[in-house]
Design a protein around this ligand. Structure first.
Ligand SMILES: *Cc1c(COP(=O)(O)O)cnc(C)c1O
Length: 387
């Protein structure tokens, strides 16, 4: 009997070591890991540069309060703003804190400019923005909210990609639209570029802020952010998962316009942005910003996609659709996704489910073609077994 509160249906398997794309179980079995802590270990397990960084930083300084200037934090914020739409960054420890910060910043902006009635956030049904109370009721997925009432007010949902419903839902109280650029838990549903552009136009027309939740998809598509290829700039972007390469780290990026409300004392975090976390965040960027790294992610994404498409063509009754961009991939299955995932585990490959009967594949961004081939082979084997 475990003393850990039973909030997960955990698989009876544990690991002692990880290296790159692989995990080693306590019994010595080697697994190809395409979960990577749910899109978190972007550089795979125990990346040399991250190991070295954490060793060195841990001998210098772990934690100081945000009451002091933290040089590593200044540096990471500068690198994030120099390379993106953002003018300012605030650091958190997780994705849900980053989305909560986004909500607070949006509301505070309108309060500051004398429009406090603009305080409601519109989201899409099927979205996921985290597990704290506001983030939970922002998405308002009954599977997650049941029993956790009273409902946190201030959020309205519209069906995914329903332009008419969205326009109808906007009123004088709407402060922001919050959308995942690629819906992760919802089943790797990519919001098309023209929709992202349309959202930006709509927000501009109606004096609304655009929040793009990139907690799951940032760094993975072959662009720094998934929305970049649509050519627009959002106002607020929460990120987390991948940005710490496996170390708990979240951030909220904002433009200058919406930053005006966030004056000293309006937000805070004891741990957020401490020297140890910032050293790791910077080390992840050292690798991501290497010349050609993201271009290479695009290439590998294409290679993987081609391989997966071949299997889909061969087994059209097993795989219904391949979703995603770069190295954030979803297979919409026509057979039970959970059973398929179990069989993949028998073949020593780890994947994770999502809504809409989807299997999510998160190779580390440092994956090589041999490892992608190995994944394709294993997936094909299970297709064969299940047909
Ligand atoms: C995972 C996720 C979150 C929540 O992140 P946590 O670190 O688990 O709190 C929020 N938004 C999206 C899109 C996510 O995928």
């Amino acid at each position: 009997m475990s003393s850990v509160l039973g909030t997960y249906a955990r698989k009876a398997i544990s690991f002692t070591e990880g290296k790159g794309s692989y995990l080693f179980a306590t019994n010595g079995d080697k697994y190809l890991d395409f979960v990577q802590g749910i899109a978190t270990n972007v550089l795979g397990h125990c990346h040399e540069h991250l190991v070295k960084t954490i060793q060195e930083q841990s001998e210098k300084l772990w934690h100081v309060s945000n009451a002091f200037v933290i040089p590593e934090q200044e540096r990471l914020a500068k690198r994030l703003t120099d390379n993106t739409f953002a003018d300012f960054v605030c650091f958190q420890n997780s994705g849900t804190e980053a989305t909560e910060a986004s909500i607070k910043i949006a509301r505070k902006y309108f309060h500051k400019i004398g429009k406090p009635e603009k305080n409601r956030i519109l989201t899409f049904q099927g979205a996921f923005h985290g597990r704290t109370l506001a983030a939970l009721f922002a998405a308002n997925n009954p599977k997650h909210t049941e029993g956790f009432g009273p409902k946190v007010d201030g959020f309205d949902q519209v069906p995914f990609a329903d332009e008419k419903a969205l326009k109808k839902a906007i009123n004088k109280n709407t402060a922001a639209i919050m959308v995942e650029t690629i819906m992760g838990e919802g089943g790797i549903k990519v919001v098309p570029d023209f929709c992202i552009k349309g959202l930006r136009e709509l927000c501009d027309e109606r004096d609304i802020l655009l929040i793009l939740d990139e907690v799951q998809c940032a760094y993975r598509t072959g662009n720094f952010f998934a929305f970049e290829k649509s050519g627009i700039n959002p106002d607020i972007v929460p990120i987390a998962k991948g940005i710490g390469g496996g170390f708990p780290l979240g951030a909220c990026l904002v433009n200058k316009k919406v930053s005006v409300g966030m004056t000293p004392g309006t937000h805070g975090s004891t741990f957020g942005g401490n020297p140890l976390a910032m050293a790791v965040g910077n080390a992840v960027l050292d690798v991501i910003f290497k010349k050609g790294f993201l271009e290479n992610v695009k290439e590998k994404g294409k290679y993987f996609d081609q391989g997966l498409n071949k299997i889909k063509d061969k087994y059209p009754k097993i795989i219904g659709e391949i979703r995603g961009i770069g190295l954030i991939t979803g297979l919409r299955m026509l057979v039970d996704n959970v059973e398929f995932i179990k069989k993949l585990m028998d073949h020593k490959m780890l994947t994770i489910k999502a809504e809409e009967n989807v299997i999510r594949l998160f190779p580390p961004l440092i994956v090589n073609n041999n490892e992608l081939d190995e994944a394709i082979e294993k997936i094909e084997k299970v297709c064969k077994e299940m047909s």
